[in-house]
Design a protein around this ligand. Structure first.
Ligand code: SF4
Length: 309
């Protein structure tokens, strides 16, 4: 089945001013933050439709000029031939004409969300997952801010039996709306329920508290995480945005907005350490990972934790 974008969808995209991105390749070799654990990232869309949501205010991808081209952060386009490009890339890596197959540990996605509103009709992410059933990577982390991933649970359950797979949802706060900031891409409580549903299907799950935002009830949040996912990964904007001391995030005004809303103490790394200790108490040390090491705890670098069930 071709994953090419249908003519009707092309019209919709064109009317919305979005590009159709021709791509011979869709796997991008990793560098920097994700390089210790992953060989490639995969992004079916260029830019992100959640730019206006809460996560869009702190989003680290908005600092990448190669993606933004200097434009304000937003969704710029959708990729043609997503499925075919994955197939071609996979065969190049895993079935080379010469030499041994290479490793393939994929982070989906690093500079967009795999479950944007446009995915409902375009189904590019789904088409890639379908191709992965016959061409499974060694490791796949599906990272999203949206509960739409539940649409693909059967497919993801099948894929999970073929490779090391983690369903990863960001749950950076327990607040349905953080005062002074835009609404979430999807409600945190529903993300926790989605994680729980996947976990009950036997699919390894992780919640990324990245970056950690103010919590209304840290103890209750820790208990909810304990029930919902196999492990959590904590991060903070002062250490996780790829710039010394988090200057990129400071430049967006995000920490100032937190402070103006009365949450200034959450800009301190001390707060992250406090929450880490609380989570470790409730979930156990092995289920609480931090920062770059935590995000890269897959495959051979998965040193510290096994999911406890
Ligand atoms: S979903 Fe991810 S890529 Fe999109 S705006 Fe939010 S943090 Fe950025």
């Amino acid at each position: 089945m071709s994953s090419d974008i249908r003519a009707a969808d092309e019209t919709t995209l064109a009317e919305a001013g979005l590009l159709l991105v021709d791509n011979a390749s869709i796997l991008t070799p990793t560098s920097g933050f994700l390089a210790p654990g992953y060989t490639h990232t995969i992004n079916a869309y260029r830019g992100c439709a959640f730019a206006g949501a809460l996560c869009g205010t702190y989003c680290y991808a908005q600092h990448n000029r190669w993606i933004t081209g200097g434009k304000p952060w937003g969704l710029y386009g959708a990729k043609r031939r997503a499925r075919e490009a994955y197939k071609d890339d996979y065969d190049r890596i895993k079935k080379p004409r010469r030499g041994a197959p290479g490793p393939l540990r994929i982070y989906m996605s690093s500079s967009t969300d795999p479950y944007l509103p446009q995915e409902r009709t375009l189904r590019l992410t789904r088409s890639i997952l379908e191709e992965m059933i016959t061409r499974p990577p060694d490791v796949l982390v599906i990272q999203s801010h949206h509960t739409m991933v539940g649409r693909d649970i059967d497919l993801i359950a099948d894929l999970s039996s073929l490779c090391e797979l983690w369903l990863s949802l960001t749950v950076e706060t327990d607040m349905a709306r953080v005062p002074g900031l835009p609404p979430h891409a999807s409600p945190p409580s529903r993300r926790l329920s989605t994680l729980q549903t996947f976990r009950a299907r036997g699919i390894p799950t992780q919640a990324t508290l990245s970056p950690l935002l103010p919590l209304a009830d840290p103890s209750a949040f820790a208990r909810a995480l304990e029930a919902s996912c196999d492990r959590v990964i904590l991060d903070h904007h002062t250490i996780g945005d790829g710039s010394p001391g988090g200057w990129r995030t400071r430049r967006t005004g995000f920490p100032d907005r937190l402070a103006a809303a009365g949450f200034g103490e959450w800009n301190s790394l001390d707060k992250m350490h406090e929450i880490r200790d609380l989570l470790a108490e409730v979930l156990g040390e092995s289920r609480v990972l931090v920062g770059c090491e935590g995000f890269n705890a897959v495959g051979d670098t998965r040193a510290r934790t096994e999911p406890s069930r």
